[in-house]
Write a protein that binds this ligand. Structure first.
Ligand code: FES
Length: 111
């Protein structure tokens, strides 16, 4: 099935090493700008269900602000406990300075 992409936000609206929570397809999605790349992730930690909006980035991971679980930005796989379940990542593309996201999540990563 082809993915349907929604226009979400301009790339200029998310500075490097920052993120922004947006609503798309009835879900809260966190758009992250790290090391020159953009990622779209489920805006909810799989450990205790807190949002990831105040999360920090370390390398190619995002670190939950509550208990420090880390997830791979590209795949959602758990890289550090206490989380044991991956988070969803969403296909993203950039066209003419705009970020488009498909809310049809990619399959969960192996952890
Ligand atoms: S809520 Fe994210 S690590 Fe606990």
């Amino acid at each position: 099935m082809d993915s349907i992409f929604e226009r979400i936000i301009a790339t200029d609206d998310i500075p490097e090493n920052k993120s922004k929570a947006v609503q798309a397809g009835g879900q809260s999605i966190l758009i992250c700008h790290v090391r020159g790349k953009f990622y779209a992730l489920q805006n909810r930690c799989s450990h205790a269900e807190t949002t990831l909006e105040r999360a920090r980035f370390r390398g190619d991971t995002i670190m939950c602000p509550l208990h420090g679980a880390r997830f791979d930005l590209a795949t959602g796989a758990v890289r550090n406990p206490p989380a044991v379940t991956p988070i969803c990542v969403y296909p993203l593309k950039i066209i003419d300075g705009w970020i488009y996201v498909s809310t049809q999540a990619a399959p969960l990563a192996e952890t």
